[in-house]
Design a protein around this ligand. Structure first.
Ligand SMILES: NC(=O)c1ccc[n+]([C@@H]2O[C@H](COP(=O)([O-])OP(=O)(O)OC[C@H]3O[C@@H](n4cnc5c(N)ncnc54)[C@H](OP(=O)(O)O)[C@@H]3O)[C@@H](O)[C@H]2O)c1
Length: 254
C-alpha cells in the first residue's frame, strides 16, 4: 500500500459496474494515482474504451471482465478471477445500478423485481463473497453506491428508493458485524449527479458534477468513512426529509 501525505492510497481495486459515470470518474482519479484496477462491466465496447483511457492516465495495471451482474450464480468465479488477476485486493467498489421505470413498476411486478434484483440482490451476492474474503485477511474496504433515495420512500421513485434502502440497511448491518474484523464498509449516498442515469431528468443541468462526487468518494475510501453523503449538503437535507411527520409527508409531491 502506497501513501500520499497522511492518506493511505489503496493499490488493488476491483470496480463492479466500471462503465458507470460515477465509477469512471472515480477510476480516473485512481489511475492518476497509479492504482491497479480490475474493471467489470456488461458492455464490452464501453469497457474497452474506459480501460484504454485509464491505462493512458497512468494506472499501473488494468484487467477487465465482461459480465452481466444480474447473474448472481457467476459472482463467485468472477470475483475469484478478479482477485487472482490483481494478486490480492484492497478495495472493492460497487457502482452498477439502474433507475428503472417507476411508472411501469407500479403496474408490473416483473419490472419492480428487476430493479430490486439489480440494485439489491446482486450487490448482496457480491458483497457477501467480498466480506468473507476481506474478513479472512482482516483488512479491506467495501465501498458501495447506494443513494439518498433510500433514506425515505417517495411517490416519484419508491421502487428504486426501496432497493437502495434495503442495500443501505444491509450495509449498516454488515458494518456492525465486520468493522471489528478490520474491514471497512462504506455506504455512499449521492444526491442527484450528472451522469447517463439522470441526463433525461428535469433540472439535470443543476445536478452535482460527477468529478466532484468522485473526488469525495476517493477521500472517503482513503479515510475509511462509514457513510458518505455527497455533495455533503444532502446529509442535513435528508435529516429533515426523514423527520417530516408522515401525516404531512403523504400529502407532498416529492
Ligand atoms: N447519478 C445519480 O444521480 C445517482 C444518485 C444516487 C445514486 N446513484 C447510484 O450510483 C451508481 C452509479 O450510477 P451512475 O449515476 O454512474 O449511472 P450510470 O452512468 O447510468 O451507470 C450505471 C451503470 O450500471 C451498469 N449496469 C446496470 N445494470 C447492470 C448489470 N446487470 N450488470 C452490469 N452492469 C450493469 C450500467 O451498464 P450499461 O452501461 O451497460 O447499461 C452502467 O455502467 C448506481 O448504483 C446509482 O443507482 C446515482
Amino acid at each position: 500500500m502506497a501513501t500520499t501525505g497522511n492518506t493511505a492510497v489503496q493499490r488493488k481495486i476491483l470496480v463492479l459496474g466500471a462503465t458507470s459515470g460515477i465509477a469512471e470518474a472515480t477510476c480516473r482519479i485512481w489511475a492518476t494515482q497509479g492504482a491497479s484496477l480490475f474493471l467489470v462491466a456488461r458492455n464490452a465496447d464501453k469497457l474497452a474504451a474506459v480501460s484504454a483511457d485509464l491505462r493512458a492516465r497512468g494506472a499501473a495495471f488494468v484487467d477487465t471482465a465482461v459480465a452481466d451482474l444480474d447473474d448472481t450464480d457467476s459472482h463467485p468465479a468472477l470475483l475469484a478471477h478478479a482477485v487472482n488477476s490483481l494478486g490480492g485486493l484492497d478495495v472493492a467498489y460497487l457502482a452498477h445500478g439502474i433507475l428503472g421505470d417507476q411508472t411501469r413498476a407500479e403496474q408490473e411486478f416483473n419490472t419492480a423485481a428487476h430493479i430490486l434484483h439489480t440494485n439489491f440482490m446482486a450487490p448482496v451476492s457480491l458483497v457477501t463473497w467480498l466480506a468473507n474474503y476481506f474478513v479472512q485477511r482482516r483488512a479491506g474496504v467495501i465501498a458501495v453506491l447506494s443513494s439518498v433515495a433510500g433514506d425515505r420512500g417517495r411517490k416519484s421513485n419508491y421502487v428504486y428508493g426501496s432497493s437502495k434502502a434495503g442495500l443501505s440497511a444491509f450495509l449498516d448491518g454488515l458494518r456492525n458485524r465486520i468493522d471489528r474484523e478490520g474491514v471497512t464498509v462504506l455506504t455512499i449516498k449521492p444526491g442527484p449527479t450528472k451522469t447517463a442515469m439522470t441526463s433525461a431528468m428535469k433540472g439535470s443541468e443543476k445536478f452535482a458534477d460527477v468529478n466532484a462526487v468522485a473526488k469525495a468518494i476517493v477521500t472517503a475510501i482513503d479515510k475509511r468513512v462509514d457513510t458518505l453523503y455527497v455533495p455533503f449538503q444532502w446529509q442535513p437535507i435528508m435529516f429533515v426529509i426523514r423527520h417530516i411527520p408522515e401525516r404531512v409527508f403523504k400529502k407532498l409531491n416529492l
